[in-house]
Ligand binder design. Structure first.
Ligand code: NI
Length: 135
């Protein structure tokens, strides 16, 4: 395990007050642990977008299932990228919209290709990738 290093950080008092409120609200053990989590999250996010190695997470999409070929295209796309997909959960949100949570795990490059392919899906309303690399 890495040794801990103490360092000083200067921030506006109002920002620190807001941060402390967040730490309390999220029931994080203390300010240091909250800061470590923030640093890991940011580094992880930057690393998966441009890095290599195994990544994991979810890609949540919302789409209109009435879109021409949308459902067939999504199915074909998921078969094409099957090596990166662990499982999916589908929710029929309302008459028109479907939400799908795609759990991913695989090489960063493969998962990036999957996310790019999802971007091109006709009928796509929103996409929220939450991908991490273990740091
Ligand atoms: Ni549906």
């Amino acid at each position: 395990m890495d040794s801990l290093v103490r360092f000083g950080v200067a921030v506006p008092s109002s920002l620190l007050e807001e941060f402390d409120l967040l730490v309390e609200k999220m029931k994080m053990p203390n300010r240091s642990e909250a800061l470590r989590q923030l640093i890991r999250e940011r580094l992880s996010r930057e690393t998966w977008v441009s890095g290599t190695g195994t990544v994991y997470g979810t890609v949540t999409i919302m789409y209109d299932h009435h879109g021409k070929d949308t459902v067939a295209d999504l199915t074909a796309l998921q078969h094409d990228h099957g090596e990166s997909i662990v499982c999916t959960t589908h929710v029929h949100v309302d008459h028109d919209h479907c939400l799908e949570c795609i759990v991913v795990k695989g090489g960063a490059e493969s998962v990036r290709r999957l996310v790019e392919a999802l971007c091109s899906l006709k009928g796509l309303k929103s996409m929220d990738p939450s991908i991490s690399i273990i740091l």
